[in-house]
Design a protein around this ligand. Structure first.
Ligand code: NDP
Length: 280
C-alpha cells in the first residue's frame, strides 16, 4: 500500500483563487489590501521567503512594500518603522521576517506590531486568542496544516495527534489548533525519550523539526496522516522535509511532499490573513 499524496500546492492555489475574488471586491469599494514585509540583514533563506511572499501579493493584487534593513539596524530604528507602519492606513498586514540578527530582541519587536496588523499571528494578543479560542490571526504554517488535514477527509476529533517540535511559530500553535479540533495531542521535542514509540501512536503526525530523515517508516502507524513541515537542504542542494518520504510513503495513509506540501500553504494563509485584515 502507498499513501495518498496531499497536494499542498493545489490546495494553496484554490485558496488564492478565492482570495483574488475577495481582493477585487475590496478594490471595487476603494480599498487595496496592503502588506509590509520587513527583512533585517541578508540571510539568504529569508530573502527567498520574502521574494515568494511579494510575488504572491502581486499575483493577487495585494499591494506590498518591502523594507530591507541593514544587519546593524538598531532596535530604536526598527521600532520606529514598525510604529510608522502601525499608523499607515494603506498597510493592513506587517510581516517581520524571522530570524532577526542576534542583537535584536525578537519578542520585543513582535510585540511592537499592532495585533490588528499581525498577519503572522505571533503577537502575544493573537497567541492568547488562539489559546482561548477567540477569533484572531492564526499563525500561517499551523493554520495551513489544518487545511491540509481537512483535505485528507480525516476528522481530528478523538484522534491521536503527535506534533514533533515545540517552537512558538509552528509546534506549539499546531498542537493548540489540533486540540481545538478535539484531537488528543502529544508534543515531542529534543528531550522526548523514545520518540519512535510516541510517533507510532499517531493517527495524525506533524513533523516540525528541521532534521532531514528524522521520521522513518518504523515511526509511523500504518494508515496515519503524515504532515511534513520541515524544510532542509541536503549536501547536494536538494530540498527535503523531516520525513523519510520514500519509506514513509509506503506505510502512511496520507502524506505531504516537500516541496509542494506545507510551504505553499504558509504563503496562501499569509495572503488570507492580509485580506481578512483589510476586510476588517
Ligand atoms: P525550531 O528550530 O524553532 O524548532 C525545532 C523543534 O524541533 C524544537 O522544539 C526542538 O526541540 C525540536 N527538535 C530538535 N531536534 C529534535 C529531535 N531529534 N527530536 C525531536 N524534536 C527535536 O524550528 P521551527 O519550528 O521554526 O521550524 C521547524 C522546521 O519547519 C524547520 O525545518 C523550518 O525550516 C520549517 N518551517 C517550514 C515552514 C513552511 O512553511 N514549510 C514554516 C516554518 C518553519 P527543543 O525545543 O527541545 O529544542
Amino acid at each position: 500500500m502507498s499513501a495518498i499524496m496531499i497536494d499542498g500546492k493545489a490546495v494553496a492555489e484554490r485558496i488564492k483563487a478565492g482570495l483574488k475574488v475577495r481582493v477585487e471586491k475590496l478594490q471595487q469599494s476603494g480599498k487595496t489590501p496592503g502588506l509590509a514585509v520587513i527583512l533585517v540583514g541578508s540571510d539568504p533563506a529569508s530573502r527567498v521567503y520574502v521574494n515568494m511572499k511579494k510575488k504572491a501579493c502581486a499575483a493577487l493584487g495585494i499591494y506590498s512594500e518591502e523594507y530591507a534593513l541593514a544587519e546593524n539596524t538598531t532596535e530604536t530604528e526598527l521600532l520606529k518603522l514598525i510604529n510608522d507602519l502601525n499608523n499607515n492606513p494603506n498597510i493592513h498586514g506587517i510581516l517581520l521576517q524571522l530570524p532577526l540578527p542576534g542583537h535584536l530582541d525578537e519578542n520585543k519587536m513582535l510585540e511592537a506590531i499592532s495585533p490588528l496588523k499581525d498577519v503572522d499571528g505571533f503577537h502575544p494578543v493573537n497567541v492568547g486568542k488562539l489559546m482561548t479560542g477567540i477569533p484572531g490571526f492564526l499563525p500561517c504554517t499551523p493554520a495551513g496544516v489544518m487545511d491540509l488535514i481537512r483535505e485528507s477527509g480525516i476528522s481530528i476529533a478523538g484522534k491521536e495527534c503527535v506534533v514533533v517540535g515545540r517552537s512558538n511559530i509552528v509546534g506549539k500553535p499546531q498542537a493548540i489548533l489540533l486540540l481545538r479540533e478535539h484531537g488528543t495531542v502529544t508534543i515531542c521535542h529534543s528531550r522526548t525519550p523514545d520518540l519512535a514509540s510516541v510517533c507510532r501512536r499517531a493517527d495524525i503526525l506533524v513533523a516540525a523539526v528541521g532534521k532531514a530523515g528524522l521520521i522513518t517508516a518504523e515511526m509511523v502507524k500504518p494508515g496515519a496522516v503524515v504532515i511534513d513541515v520541515g524544510v532542509n537542504r541536503t549536501p547536494d542542494g536538494k530540498l527535503v522535509g523531516d520525513v523519510d518520504f520514500d519509506q514513509v510513503y509506503q506505510v502512511a495513509g496520507w502524506i505531504t511532499p516537500v516541496p509542494g506540501g506545507v510551504g505553499p500553504m504558509t504563503i496562501a494563509k499569509l495572503m488570507e490573513n492580509t485580506v481578512i485584515s483589510a476586510e476588517n
